[in-house]
Write a protein that binds this ligand. Structure first.
Ligand code: SF4
Length: 400
């Protein structure tokens, strides 16, 4: 009987148009490629399925791009292929990423009927002028309507993506966005700070004085943490807040280093201690699946040292945090230098220990990059002995 659990990610790299800040693997104006892409994803699943023998799939996540714009029938066909070829558990979390301008009630009902049970809507801000500047194709009112349609279609688990630190966004704007968002009855909210990436159209505006500075972004973040806590949302990851029991089970897999398999351009997998990422280009991905060459742009064994680093990086972003016994048991490395640092953070109000687990406080999460960097440096100074656990050294130390 299969026992291991795994999540599946399907990447849909098509959008109706491109947003100014976007650096995801997605294209607009390539709709003509959708039929071939669909065939490629179905074939990829068929051919990879034997490697998923022995696994039970308990989450499926359709991300993009804009999956809701790809066509409900195509999405259902992909889910059906997975169900046919692999073991998808009843009660799996099946998520659709959607944009408010591409969620027709009829399609939502079809998706719900076919097993989709979670919708993640990109709403971003309640300020329509900012939405327009960012190149978003919808208004806030459409986002509200999309939430209502999702609820009416039977989706109990609706999530909204919101952004702070946007050009011309004031603290008041952000407060209004949050207060309107919590009124909608969503189970889950994600709040991301804007990052202006090189190569995006927004990059040329990076020095605009109206872009909130670091201090203002910090205020906006801490405000969201307070407001959402008061509204009953639990912060379970640096940017993610959920009502009890509505944490994203799929995203938790990434943050707790569980296994996942990805299908589609740029989709990543972590299986059996190996990480592999599909080609991040629609045409090359299709050609590779059709037999034209290697499907992967990256293929690597994850070393014990890298696994331990990821445990710290990802764990310290979540409310679950990290724990000495878990770290030492998994990676055979002493937690002591990390504990010394964490204790110093605790004195500054940046970290705290709850039972045996260490986690960052909201103020610590605000400067998590720096703190996690220091923890990684402390770890890097230690020796990793694969096959010669540090415990043995301590054991020998006591003998001599
Ligand atoms: S809808 Fe999402 S994936 Fe598409 S361009 Fe905008 S941000 Fe990027």
């Amino acid at each position: 009987m299969p026992e291991k659990r795994i999540g599946v990610y399907i990447h849909i790299p098509f959008c109706a148009s491109r947003c100014q800040y976007c650096d995801f693997c997605s294209s607009s104006g390539k709709e003509a490629l959708i039929p071939k892409y669909q065939e490629a994803v179905l074939r990829h699943i068929r051919e990879f399925a034997p490697r998923l023998d022995g696994y039970l799939i308990d989450t499926v996540y359709f991300g993009g791009g804009t999956p809701s714009w790809y066509g409900a029938k195509n999405l259902v066909a992909i889910l059906d292929e997975l169900k046919k070829r692999c073991s998808v558990l009843i009660g799996s979390e099946i998520t659709l990423e959607a944009n408010p301008d591409s969620v027709a009630p009829k399609e939502l009902k079809l998706l719900r009927r076919e097993g989709f049970n979670r919708i993640s809507l990109g709403a971003q801000t309640a300020n329509n002028a900012i939405l327009k500047f960012l190149g978003r194709r919808h208004t806030w009112e459409q986002a509200e309507e999309a939430v209502r349609s999702s609820l009416e279609a039977g989706f109990d688990n609706v999530s909204l993506d919101l952004m702070y630190g946007l050009p011309a966004q004031s603290r008041e704007d952000w407060a209004v966005t949050l207060s309107r968002a919590v009124k909608l009855g969503c189970r889950h909210l994600s709040c991301y700070g804007l990052k202006i990436e090189e190569g995006t159209p927004l990059y040329r505006y990076r020095d605009m004085p109206s872009i909130p500075d670091e201090d203002m972004q910090a205020d906006m973040y801490l405000y969201a943490v307070d407001v959402l806590a008061a509204e009953g949302y639990i912060q379970y990851e640096i940017s993610n807040f959920a009502q009890k029991g509505y944490e994203s089970r799929h995203n938790l897999k990434y943050w707790t280093l569980e296994e996942y398999a990805g299908f589609g351009a740029s989709a990543a997998s972590l299986m059996g201690g190996r990480r592999f990422t599909c080609l991040p280009d629609i045409e090359r991905y299709i050609a590779a699946v059709e037999g034209g060459g290697s499907l992967f742009s990256e293929l690597e064994d994850v070393t014990v040292f890298e696994q331990a680093s990821e445990y710290i990086m990802l764990g310290m972003r979540t409310a679950r945090g990290i724990e000495a016994g878990e770290y030492e048991g998994r990676y055979q490395n002493s937690f002591r230098p990390l504990r010394d640092l964490l204790e110093s953070y605790a004195k500054l109000g940046l970290a705290r220990q709850v039972d045996t687990r260490w986690r960052l406080t909201p103020r610590g999460l605000l400067i998590s990059n720096r703190l996690i960097g220091e923890l990684l440096d402390a770890q890097a100074e230690q020796k990793f002995h694969v096959g010669m656990p540090w415990r043995k050294e301590e054991y020998y130390d006591t003998l001599y």
